[in-house]
Structures are given as C-alpha cells and as structure tokens.
Design a protein around this ligand. Structure first.
Ligand code: TIU
Length: 224
C-alpha cells in the first residue's frame, strides 16, 4: 500500500488507479478577455499553475491513469443556463455575450477551449458542465463507476468555486478526494488558503491536500 504524505494525514492510494480531474482550465478563466476577466478578476495567477499542472498531467498520462477534463460550458441557446446564473452581478458582459474570444462560457467557442499546454488527448474525457460542480448534469459519475474509480486527484480552477464544489459533490458520492494544492488557483489568495483549510479541517471533512512534489513520486511508486 502506497501512501501520500498529505494533510490532515496519509492518503492511501488504492489498487485501481485514481482519476486525475482537471477542472475548467479553459481560456475563459485563465486568459485575459474571457469570463474571468469580465467578472473583474486579474487572471495572471491562474495561468501560473499551467506548467505545474502540465507536469502532473504528463505523469498521469505516462502511468495510464484515467484523465478527466471539464469545461464550464453552456449550450449556444443557453437552455442549460438558469437566468439566475446569467443575470447575477453587475458585470458588463454576461454568459453568452460576445467577447474577444467568442461568446462567453459557450461550448464550442474559442474561449471555451482548454489552454493549449493542457489540451485533452485521445482517450481522455472532456466534459462540458453547465454548473460549478462537475457531477451536475454530466456523465462523470457513470464514467467513474464504469472505470471502478474510487479515488480522485483534483486540480484546476478556481479553488473555492468549481474545484471546491466538485470536491464536495464527490465527497457526498463516496469518493476519496485529494486536492493537489499547487495545481489549483483562485483569483483571491485568501480564498484559496481558506478552501484548503476548510477541506482538511475536522479530520479531512471533505478530503486531503498535498503538493505535486509529494503526489508525483507517490504515484510513480504505486503505479510505475
Ligand atoms: N468565478 C470563479 O471564481 N469561478 C467560476 O465562475 N467558475 C469556476 O470556478 N470554474
């Protein structure tokens, strides 16, 4: 049994390989001119995790782990976007409006593509999700069941929004989740810190947290 030295205690790697879940590393959130900047955020910190995530992705590919990419994406007719979501806030541009990278948060638009260094490859899953959580109105749970996956390594953006929502959804469905802390980022450093703390408090009420420098060698020991 290989364990990862994680917070709040060791995370045991199972015999069936964990899935690598990469949440919403799409241009909409990490490049200027997308939905993230339309909301008034500086996107630079999110772009900064790409090289680290790329290393972890390369290891997962090498070890033939299941890899699941998600994109926050709505249908062009917005039939899967509740008006409450579209109209929330005082942003000039809203979901579905035309931005510099096409219509914001719409499946198939240039801004909705995953950034090139992390682009999905054949054999990997690329799931469009209309909600913040990756289980809501997606085939994610069926995919994991079919693969007999029980453990999830979670990464992506933003830590306190789509990443944390997904981790909580996964937790309620019985998955053992570890958030890779240098492969996730927020527009607000204090929210990232608080999310890591709230996930691991109370004996890991939502799951575990560890850096990629610890996760990668453990994966290589367990499945290499
Ligand atoms: N705004 C923000 O922090 N995040 C989102 O709207 N979506 C995701 O986190 N992917």
């Amino acid at each position: 049994m290989t364990t990862i030295k994680a917070t709040p205690y060791e995370y045991e790697l199972p015999e069936t390989k964990p899935a690598l879940i990469i949440i919403d590393m799409q241009r909409d959130f990490v490049e200027p001119g997308g939905f993230g900047s339309a909301l008034g955020n500086d996107v630079t910190p999110l772009m900064n995790i790409v090289p680290t995530l790329q290393k972890l992705l390369a290891v997962a590919r090498n070890l033939k782990m299941p890899i699941i990419h998600t994109r926050e994406a709505h249908l062009p007719d917005l039939s899967d976007c509740p008006p409450a979501k579209r109209l929330r806030g005082k942003s000039g541009l809203r979901i579905g409006d035309e931005g510099p990278m096409g219509r914001l948060l719409i499946d198939g638009e240039p801004g909705n593509e995953i950034v090139e260094p992390l682009a999905p490859r054949a054999g990997e899953y690329d799931l469009a999700k209309p909600g913040k959580g990756a289980f809501y109105r997606t085939p994610l749970q069926d995919i994991l069941k079919a693969l007999k996956v029980t453990h999830l390594l979670i990464t992506g953006v933003t830590t306190e929004v789509c990443v944390q929502t997904t981790m909580r959804e996964a937790n309620d469905r019985g998955y053992e989740c570890l958030l890779v802390e240098d492969c996730t980022e927020s527009y607000f450093p204090e929210f990232k810190r608080a999310t890591l703390d709230m996930i691991t408090a109370q004996g890991g009420i939502v799951g575990w947290v560890a850096p990629s420098s610890v996760v990668i060698p453990a994966l290589e020991r367990a499945y290499g």
